[in-house]
Design a protein around this ligand. Structure first.
Ligand code: ATP
Length: 305
């Protein structure tokens, strides 16, 4: 019986892993998996484990032949550093993340990890190296424990609790009627936007991949929660190569490099201070966001962010 059980058990874990990544990814990318299949090259190699440097070189891409979405996009994220991408809605920010995940193949240029073109790597190893903290985390109708453990279904109980602690969820969970066994999701306890983001952070901590993609929520969190979550994201990002699809002033300010995309092209790049001094597109966006938040001075902005 054990011989029958072991493979079935593995299948179960594999199924959960696949379901987990599909759910988060579909949500991140808003996809109804209907695009053409990206195939492994016949001689595809696995990506070696360890820190990852990401580079985009002259990347061009179109979902449909006649509508160019990205043109000549290039950047490097050294291992352990962060890059934030800002730009108006539709400028191509999420597309960059989809391409790094190799949901689509590019039409020009190259995307490399540690010098290897991602088209020469197995998709399984590429995707195992990337963790996603999506805008809106999907919760399954199951216990909160199960929902966190999804980050790494083979994780032991104390590892799950450790991740929950690091994501500042543990105390909240302990106060729930059934603790870690409390049912959440549509048919259970509804979690707030901030709590759901923390579940996503705990999952990312458990998976602990070398590359992280943060797709920041556009929906408003109250500023206290936003600040707390920012601190937790910084902790998770520490030592990871991080691509941030940014909507919040605070994350953008702390990034090692900021790219400003407009119509699929990089129109400005640099660090927060340099970009403000340049007084261009970024400075305008910043001023606009401050206005929206009703903040007058930059000092006030830094405190509020
Ligand atoms: P937002 O801030 O609103 O999320 P974004 O900058 O992330 O926007 P993308 O999602 O990268 O923008 O989309 C860039 C462009 O590509 C948009 O014009 C969008 O309509 C188009 N696009 C996105 N996904 C697809 C798709 N699957 N098929 C065809 N066009 C698409």
């Amino acid at each position: 019986l054990i011989q029958l059980y072991m493979p079935l058990n593995h299948l179960g874990i594999l199924y959960r892993e696949i379901r987990q990544s599909l759910t988060d990814i579909e949500r991140l990318f808003g996809l109804l998996v209907q695009h053409r299949e990206v195939q492994d090259a016949p001689d595809a190699r696995p990506l070696e484990r360890g820190p990852c440097a990401v580079s985009f070189e002259g990347v061009g891409f179109a979902y449909e032949p006649k509508r160019r979405i990205l043109a000549d996009v290039g950047f490097d994220i050294p291992a352990g550093r962060s890059l934030a991408v800002v730009g108006h809605s539709g400028s191509g920010k999420s597309t960059l993340a989809r391409l790094l995940y190799r949901f689509y193949d590019i039409s020009a240029g190259g995307i490399r990890i540690n010098g290897s073109d991602i088209r020469s790597l197995t998709q399984a190893s590429l995707r195992a190296a990337i963790g996603i903290v999506p805008q809106d985390t999907v919760l399954f109708n199951d216990t909160i424990f199960y929902n966190i453990q999804y980050g790494r279904p083979t994780a032991a109980r104390d590892e799950v609790i450790e991740a929950a602690r690091a994501a500042h969820l543990h105390e909240f969970i302990e106060r729930l009627p059934d603790g870690y066994e409390t049912k959440v999701g549509e048919r259970g306890l509804k979690l707030s936007g901030g709590e759901k983001q923390r579940v996503a952070i705990a999952r990312a901590l458990l998976k602990n991949p070398p590359i992280l993609i943060f797709d920041e929520a556009t929906s408003a969190l109250d500023s206290k929660t936003e600040k707390a979550i920012q601190g937790e994201l910084d902790q998770v990002a520490h030592g990871h190569t991080t691509l941030i699809i940014a909507h919040r002033l605070s994350t953008v300010m702390n990034a090692d490099e900021i790219l400003v995309l407009d119509g699929g092209r990089i129109v400005e790049r640099g660090r927060h201070r340099d970009l403000l001094e340049r007084g261009g597109y970024y400075a305008q966006m910043w001023a606009l966001q401050l206005q929206e938040k009703g903040i007058e001075s930059e000092a006030e902005a830094v405190t509020a962010a």
